[in-house]
Write a protein that binds this ligand. Structure first.
Ligand code: G3P
Ligand code: CA
Length: 240
């Protein structure tokens, strides 16, 4: 079975997560797949960041990502807290990342809704991908399954990944009946077990747990039959 591992937020141990340097590091490592998170600025630009605020990167930037224009976001240094070497690094737009990302690298773009819900992010994302001729080698995922539904209506041919955080009962039943035409399930790794893997496979779905940084746990999950994992660890995301 062909395993596919994702560099989670780029190579986040080597550069500030989700930024161009982190994506470049993952590419340099030869990652076959990269995950990143998208949100919207106040002026509806797609920016790549995980948290809804800047606190982890820059405590002087108050408030939420959605309250800043892209021009303002570009003035925020999100690199210096990682290390001096990255002083001056700002968040990337999705446009900027698509420009440097090889077309054969599989991109998992997570729509980072909840608790903030970005109205219209689905169509902006689809248009951005179309403008870059980047409609292949993609998986769009979200914990906001309504966002997935909206995206799938716009782009029925682009694979959709169902993100799950809570240990809900029989997630495969939900996956089967939720009305989405799913490509994959992305569950939290800690509760991913044989039954979930087997039942997902019965539905013809790939299963990619997140986030697996420990090599023993990685091996355990691969032996159980997952199709790959999301990892912060270059020793894992460069496998096999
Ligand atoms: O897409 C897998 C993983 O990134 C989901 O969780 O919180 O790291 O975005 P989170
Ligand atoms: Ca993510």
């Amino acid at each position: 079975m062909l395993v596919l591992n994702f560099a989670h937020r780029g190579s986040l141990t080597e550069a500030p997560e989700n930024t161009l340097p982190a994506i470049k590091k993952a590419i340099e490592h030869g990652a076959r797949a990269i995950e990143l998170d998208v949100q919207l600025s106040r002026d509806n630009q797609l920016v790549v960041i995980h948290d809804h605020n800047f606190r982890r990167f820059n405590s002087t930037a108050k408030g939420l990502v959605k309250d800043y224009t892209l021009k303002e976001i570009k003035t925020i240094d999100v690199g210096f807290t990682f290390s001096e070497e990255f002083t001056g690094v700002s968040l990337a737009t999705l446009d900027e990342i698509l420009e440097i990302c090889p077309l054969d690298t599989i991109l998992n773009i997570e729509i980072k809704n909840i608790p903030v819900i970005y109205d219209g992010i689905e169509v902006l994302l689809y248009n951005c991908l179309k403008n870059h001729n980047r409609l292949n080698n993609l998986i769009i995922s979200s914990f906001d399954h309504e966002a997935l539904q909206k995206f799938q209506t716009l782009a029925p041919d682009i694979p959709i990944g169902l993100l799950l955080y809570y240990r809900i009962l029989k997630p495969w039943t939900y996956a089967k009946n939720c009305g989405l035409n799913l490509y994959s399930i992305h569950p939290l790794q800690s509760w991913t077990d044989k039954e979930l893997i087997t039942e997902s496979k019965k539905l013809g779905l790939k299963i990619y747990p997140y986030t697996v940084n420990d090599k023993e746990r990685y091996k355990e999950l691969i032996d159980l039959g997952v199709d790959g994992v999301f990892s912060n660890n270059p020793e894992i995301f460069t496998l096999p």
